[in-house]
Design a protein around this ligand. Structure first.
Ligand SMILES: [Fe+2]
Length: 308
């Protein structure tokens, strides 16, 4: 009962073909005409369409049944927001981030458990006489599922209210200088909305099996394209995930991540307020300024003003 996962996103970019090639290299599986992509466990989770400026066009959220749609419709009405309802979905626009959210009745993600690999430690030979499985792998890294999206909104507080009080996302942790991390599943976060001078997509995040897959995936992406590198390898403090961020040809960041905190019992998770640098990361290379303020932000602002 209730929201249970992100289903899919629609990404608008000026350069569809190039961007589609990037996500194929990233390890997503092209479907149909090559502008839709599937993950290993989540089915079709990405669609790329043309847009003059890069942006998140649509965000899909899975619910269990029509009662969930009724409940969200009523909650949105209390915020004076009206969506379009049919038997299996509810479509509603967040006017502040300009994202169309589609709540749809969808199956849960069933994930085959990843192998628990043996790691040696001081005084603990968990892998006697053997090399680490992570260095023996030769297969292409393929993300298991879409995990989260981070967006910028011109009115962060209003957008956050839309997602929490309206749609029913829960708050996992809060960073006063940034925003709250929100979830609609057992993942620590599925969306974060940050304050921004223009609506934009900061990044999408894709789950892989473990830290070796984060490193192997990013290394393969950078082999012939060092310009794709943004930030990594590191570990976030909030959510605990290992991360490596890369940049697609439209300027959107895409993250390989693993080992994100899971909240399987809401009553046992204590949301915390995290101040300072830990709001951004626990360890990793120095934070590049372009991670906080993407290089094309000024151009996006100019472009969105002239488009209005
Ligand atoms: Fe992330």
């Amino acid at each position: 009962m209730g929201l249970h996962r992100l289903t899919s996103i629609t990404l608008g970019v000026p350069n569809v073909k190039e961007t589609a090639e990037y996500y194929t290299s990233f390890g997503l599986t092209p479907v149909g005409d090559g502008t839709r992509f599937a993950t290993q466990d989540g089915g079709e989770q990405l669609k790329i369409v043309h847009s003059p400026l890069r942006r998140l066009v649509e965000l899909g959220v899975g619910v269990d049944d029509p009662d969930d749609l009724d409940r969200v419709t009523a909650a949105l009405a209390r915020l004076d927001v009206t969506g379009k309802r049919d038997d299996t979905s509810l479509r509603v626009l967040d006017p502040n981030s300009n994202i169309e959210v589609v709540l749809e009745i969808a199956g849960h993600v069933e994930q085959t458990p990843a192998a628990q690999e043996p790691y040696n430690g001081p005084g603990r030979a968990s892998r006697p006489n053997g090399r680490a499985p992570g260095v023996e792998r030769e297969n292409k890294v393929r993300p298991r599922k879409l995990g989260h999206v981070v967006i910028g909104s011109r009115d962060q507080e209003a957008s956050q209210k839309f997602f929490t009080e309206g749609l029913g996302f829960k708050t996992s942790d809060h960073v006063p200088s940034l925003a709250s991390f929100l979830r609609c599943s057992t993942d620590h976060h599925n969306i974060l909305i940050q304050r921004a001078p223009v609506d934009f997509l900061h990044h999408t995040a894709w789950e892989v099996d473990d830290v070796d897959e984060v490193g192997r995936g990013a290394t393969a992406m950078l082999e012939d394209h060092p310009e794709r590198h943004v930030w990594g390898l590191g570990r976030h403090h909030i959510g605990s995930n290992f991360f490596w961020y890369l940049k697609d040809p439209a300027g959107n960041f895409s993250e390989y991540y693993s080992d994100l905190d899971c909240i399987v019992d809401d009553a046992l998770w204590k949301p915390s307020v995290v101040e300072g640098a830990r709001g951004i990361y626990n360890w990793g290379p120095p934070l590049p300024p372009s991670f906080i303020t993407p290089e094309d932000l000024a151009a996006l602002m100019t472009g969105s003003h002239s488009a209005r």
